[in-house]
Design a protein around this ligand. Structure first.
Ligand code: ATP
Length: 193
């Protein structure tokens, strides 16, 4: 999956709407300490459905909203829009927006969706908020120290099969529901005999 464009508004230090075009090939982000380089990577993770505030270096999810400075008031919402596509596929436009007191809402190509749908969309494309392709500071040391089960999760994500686990869990729970219904039906039918 290739990310083409990223739009941020009110996300962390990106108080004013900002748009970044990401050209094919290697992209580097340079700038002085504290200018927002890591915030950019976190914006990508966040729009892909990150639910852990800690991994966004925040205390709570609303902390991603611009908190204000001595000269600027805080914002009420943060929004990130990611444009991406797979080889030859139509463009995928994913939006995540958070409002103070109202939580997060997601849209994929203009349609309201659940967080789970966004996570599955990216998992099927072998990427997502926890993709090893998103390398933040300290991540390399973390990979070296990872347990075998954690390394396996990284390999499964890279192989594009991470989404299958979620679907398998859903299918198993539906199967259990169907088996319970069947057992009840058999009881009822036995009562009718
Ligand atoms: P370094 O090179 O030191 O790693 P960096 O370029 O990666 O720095 P970031 O860590 O992305 O910089 O940005 C940090 C800046 O973002 C800090 O100035 C911090 O005050 C600001 N920031 C983070 N969250 C918010 C928020 N919710 N509201 C306003 N500013 C924020």
């Amino acid at each position: 999956m290739q990310i083409h464009r990223l739009k941020l508004s009110g996300f962390k230090s990106f108080v004013e709407p900002a748009e970044l075009r990401i050209e094919p090939g290697l992209t580097g982000v340079v700038g002085p300490n504290g200018c927002g380089k890591s915030n950019l990577l976190e914006a990508i993770r966040w729009v892909m459905g990150e639910t852990s505030a800690k991994s966004l270096r925040s205390g709570g999810m609303e902390d991603v909203i611009f908190a204000g400075t001595s000269t600027r008031p805080p914002r009420d919402f943060a929004e990130v829009v990611l444009h991406a596509s797979d080889d030859g596929d139509d463009e995928l436009v994913v939006t995540r927006r958070i409002e103070r007191g109202a939580g997060s809402a997601y849209r994929v190509n203009g349609r309201d969706v659940r967080a789970k749908d966004v996570a599955l969309t990216f998992a099927d494309a072998a990427t997502g908020a926890h993709s090893p392709a998103l390398v933040s500071q300290g991540k390399i040391a973390q990979v070296i120290a990872a347990k075998p089960t954690e390394r396996r999760a990284m390999l499964e994500e890279a192989a594009g099969i991470a989404g299958l686990h979620v679907r398998r869990k859903d299918a198993e729970s539906k199967l259990r529901g169907a088996e319970t219904n069947l057992a009840r039906l058999e009881d009822l039918m036995a009562g009718l005999d």
